[in-house]
Design a protein. Structure first.
Length: 288
């Protein structure tokens, strides 16, 4: 049995695609809590209409939040505004965005993956986006679950202490889980479609800066972040994206911003990243 929480803000353009996808699921959630995080468009009214028709869809209106869309802290605070209303017990909890669509067997297929692997702690599908606005492209690696579609086994969710309300929340959750012996995987063949390209809502350069800032707070090894920054320079926006990412990391370092995990997890992160870098240099694949 699973429950779903969706923090949404100004998703009137896309949220019906998400709702219709959920309604068509072969295995429906026990409850789906949609947190309307101070939307200024018609998001709340759309959700309310469906909530009246389906008793397992619940609307929570969160007032007083920022007028602008906030990644990281704002998203997770909205998530917990929904989490606090849960009265149902659950085996799995899902954090799902309100600008995605997926096939009717999406959750059934992923729950089967959990059933076949008792050590699977966090999973999701292969996320497709349209970075150039035309063609659906896979934007997911097997060893990382994108933040807009995360399923947590209850025991794993509790073991990692839930989600951290800060940039990097959707990376540090996985590192904590891995350090505790859980498996983390995106199943590429189970597709989910993201209608708002990552970073489009807040601005691409700001998104890259936040990625660098979040990487520092997650405890990334500087060499790994530099390598990632140089690799990012090959993607649009050419050069600038990678430079801004590294700048965000440097500023966080200079300010000595608070880390999101304890030293043992950070040590695990850095060892894994150095092993991955070594694997790339030698041509031997090394998993996260």
């Amino acid at each position: 049995m699973y429950v779903v929480i969706s923090p949404v803000k100004n998703e009137a353009e896309f949220i019906e695609k998400t709702i219709e996808s959920m309604i068509r699921q072969s295995v429906k959630p026990e409850v789906w809590i949609i947190v309307n995080d101070g939307s200024s468009d018609g998001t709340g009214a759309i959700v309310q209409r469906y909530a009246k028709a389906y008793d397992w869809i619940k609307l929570v209106n969160r007032n007083g939040s920022s007028v602008t869309r906030q990644r990281g802290k704002g998203v997770i605070e909205a998530f917990y505004a929904g989490y606090e209303t849960l009265t149902n017990k659950y085996d799995f909890i899902v954090k799902l965005d309100g600008d995605v669509s997926f096939e009717p067997t999406y959750f059934e297929s992923l729950l089967e993956k959990f059933a076949s692997d008792p050590h699977l702690g966090i999973a999701g599908g292969g996320l497709y986006e349209k970075p150039e606005g035309k063609t659906w492209l896979l934007m997911t690696s097997k060893d990382h679950v994108r933040g807009c579609t995360k399923i947590y086994r209850q025991a794993c969710f509790e073991a990692i202490g839930g989600l951290v309300p800060a940039m990097g929340w959707d990376g540090i959750d996985e590192w904590k889980a891995l350090s505790l012996g859980w498996n983390v995987q995106s199943f590429i063949d189970i597709a989910i479609y993201h209608y708002r390209f990552t970073g489009a809502a807040t601005g691409f350069l700001k998104s890259f800066y936040e990625q660098g800032n979040g990487a520092y707070r997650m405890g990334y090894h500087p060499l790994y972040l530099i390598a990632r920054g140089f690799r990012r320079m090959a993607d649009k926006p050419i050069v600038f994206g990678g430079l801004v990412m590294m700048w965000g990391f440097l500023i966080a370092f200079l300010h000595q911003e608070e880390k999101l995990a304890d030293p043992s997890v950070i040590s695990y992160v850095r060892q894994a990243q150095l092993c991955k870098l070594a694997g790339q240099l030698t041509g031997k694949p090394v998993h996260k």
